[in-house]
Ligand binder design. Sequence first.
Ligand code: 5AD
Ligand code: SF4
Length: 440
Amino acid sequence: MQKTFYIETFGCQMNAHDSEKVVGTLLATGYSQVETVEEANYVFYNTCSIRDKAEQKVFHRLDTFKKAAGGGKVFAVLGCVAQQEGEKIFAKAPHVSLVAGSASYTKLPQMLVQLEAGNRRVTGLSFDTDEAFDTPYTRRDNPHRAYLTIIEGCDKSCAYCVVPFTRGPERSRTSQSVLEEGRRLAADGYTEIQLLGQNVNSYRDPSPVGWDFATLLSKVGEIPGMRRVRFTTSHPRDFVKPIIDAIDENPNLCNHVHLPVQSGSTRVLAAMQRLYTRDQYMQRIEWMKNARRPIAITTDIIVGFPGETETDFEDTLKLLDEVRYDSLFAFKYSVRPNTAALTMPGQIPEEEKTRRIQIVLERQRAIQIRLNSDLIGNVEEVLVEGQNKALGQWIGRTSQHRPLNFASQPGESLLGTYLPVRVTRAGPNSLVGERVTPVV
Ligand code: 5AD
Ligand code: SF4
């Protein structure tokens, strides 16, 4: 049988990076990648189960292509839904042949051999496997920015969250292995690294030097050739001042921190088992506001957690006004299997969650319009990441992670370059500017 595969990825950056590892492994095993389900012998869905809607997407996809399974196509479910639902997926979607979680991707070639030998059902669901931090085959999608995993899994137990179940306990990668991969990426021409983990702040080097996250971050920032280092995602409980000091000391560390707060109410934070109070969170915000570099702060908000009263919700709105986030992601609470909040009383009706999220988004939009307008006239360095041909613009990103676009000239090729751009216009979600010729 000809070996072609199609892969679709749902969810977060960890999943996007996992897919890069899976694609690399499959290419190295002799498979070739195709762009449509129709052309493929093997169809992989790398799935997300963070909210119910994300989970439903994969079952919808599987349903759409159910008939195609008759033609000998092999369907595989990878990622968080695979880990969470396990063999139940075979019952829900009988045309699926492979179900594997992220800790099993190093075993993918063996699992494929089993399928090719005629096994109808193959699973990879254990966590006690060799680490999948690094494969010699990772095939990165973006030629300039590289994801680099430093820690897998999560040891927290936030009451709403499936991640500890889908990605297992925390495992940190050795600093030596992180730095080796970082140097290799620099040698391959990457200039931006995004360090990844469910909670990068709890990174602890398993080798005798025992570096913490702030130390690792500084060292990655010193890799010759690396001009931008980002990291995601942070947990306020483990977010310490030395991380800010490291950013202050090295401009290669981007001045952006994503620090998910989830709620502005200490009462709700306690119910969520977030392990910090509103005041403790605000202390971290103070560190950032007092830093020497202007650090952009972004966050995640959940509205409608069980028992969230109008007063709790008001506390979240007040927090938004106080912090003035540069950007945020807001989510309606979604009931997840296995989690502590599953059976909590005081579930909030869907319409009320919708009302609350709309208020959050409106409030935040007004804040972003004001913050972005204040940047007009500034000159920012952008990394050119793409092109919008319809608008005749290059798409760039500032160190603070803001999109800053500027006019393109016919025939020029600026992808991957760093340029100074003066901000001339501001919208709620992006900036427009003009190139500045650097003074020599
Ligand atoms: N419902 C809604 N949002 C959730 N998140 C995680 N679990 C849930 C859930 N059950 C959000 C959190 C997290 C982001 C990645 O997704 O805000 O920070
Ligand atoms: Fe990523 Fe979490 Fe979704 Fe898994 S459940 S893909 S870890 S966001």
